[in-house]
Every structure is written in C-alpha cells, then in structure tokens.
Design a protein around this ligand. Structure first.
Ligand code: GRF
Length: 196
C-alpha cells in the first residue's frame, strides 16, 4: 500500500509511522512522499533523513486558497496513493480532495472524539480544553476524513489518564507517546490488510 503523509510540524507521528514500517508493525506499506504546508516543519527533515521524497506546498506560494487547494490535489493525483495520512496537518483539506479520495484519507486527533475537537481544537489547545474541563481520561482518535472537521467515521481510539498536576505540554506528550504513536501505525496496518 502506497501512502502519502501530510505534515505541518515536528513530525513525531510521521516518525512513528517510519519506525513502524521499519520494525514491521506496519506491513506491506511504503511512504511514497511527505508533503508539508510549512517549509520549516521538522517533519521534512525526518523524511529526508529516511530517504523519503519530501516537498513543501505552502498556501503562501499561491495567490488564492483555491490555487493552493488545486496544487495539493494535483500532487495527490500525480502520486495516486492508496491512502493519505494527515499526521499533524493543520490545513483544511480541500472538499475536492475529500470527494476524490472517499475513505482514503485518515487523520490523527489528540482527544477522544467527540470531545475537544472541531474548529479551534488543535495542538495544545486540545489539551488545554481537557484540563480546563477536568476530565480524568483523554486520549487520541484515528478517523476517516470527511468534509467536516474531525467528524468522519472513527477507526481507532486509545485512552490516556490525566494526572492531577498535568500541564498541557506534559499531557500532550503522554497522549502522543501512549496513544497517537500507537494507534496511527496500527490503523495504517489494518487498512493495508483490509481490516477496516
Ligand atoms: C500534535 O499536537 C499531535 O497531537 C497532533 O498534531 C501535532 C503535531 O504532531 N496530531 P507531529 O509531532 O507533527 O506528528
């Protein structure tokens, strides 16, 4: 199964996928390209370090968002992946891309959807919301991407305990280590083997 991974930041989820392919936790799968909207994303460095083709397609390079959207869709059509993985990708996916790749785009969200998701809930804001609400359990969710924000069918979830003295940063790290980096590779392997 050929996958494209879309990233915006540090790329720890991308790294988890790379490591899982290398240790055969993810079978029969190849990352054919990493695409970032942010040219400074460390995720691009991780791709290059692992000899994976990587490129930046940034909204800043285009006069309009529509032009950016078209460029992103054209790149996907050029690669024609079996699966597109959003791994910390912070740009809205063009509706055209969702239509062209039904149930072929998955996203990792750092909460137990439907809690702390949707507009405005990304990165640390998700964990700030969980701590502000005082939940005892949070976690991560892998879901198919539909035209909404964090609204597509849920594939996997994994719970993580919130500790009393957690800061948003500490909680984010625990959710990444104990949940995101586990269920994203697992979901990819399941899809590669028709188990979803
Ligand atoms: C993190 O907030 C993670 O929870 C979410 O995207 C952000 C960056 O992840 N999925 P990564 O380190 O770039 O994979």
């Amino acid at each position: 199964m050929n996958i494209v991974v879309l990233v915006s930041g540090g790329g720890t989820n991308l790294q988890a996928i790379i490591d899982a392919i290398n240790n055969n936790t993810i079978r029969d799968t190849k990352i054919i390209e990493v695409v970032s909207n942010n040219q400074n994303a460390y995720a691009l460095v991780r791709a290059k370090e692992n000899n994976i083709p990587a490129k930046c397609i940034s909204p800043r390079e285009f006069d309009t968002r529509d032009d950016f959207n078209s460029a992103l869709v054209e790149e996907m059509d050029r690669l024609s992946p079996d699966l597109i993985v959003l791994a910390g990708f912070l740009v809205n996916i063009p509706a055209e891309m969702v239509k062209k790749y039904p149930n072929k785009i998955i996203n990792i969200h750092p909460s137990l959807i439907p809690s702390f998701c949707g507009k405005g809930y990304y990165g640390l804001k998700v964990h700030e919301g969980a701590l502000a609400r005082g939940v005892k359990i949070t976690g991560a969710t892998v879901h198919f991407v539909d035209e909404g924000t964090d609204t597509g069918p849920i594939i996997l979830q994994k719970a993580v305990e919130v500790q009393p003295d957690d800061t948003p940063e500490v909680l984010q790290r625990r959710v990444m280590e104990e949940a995101e980096w586990v269920i994203l590779p697992k979901a990819i392997d399941m899809i590669a083997h028709g188990d979803v």
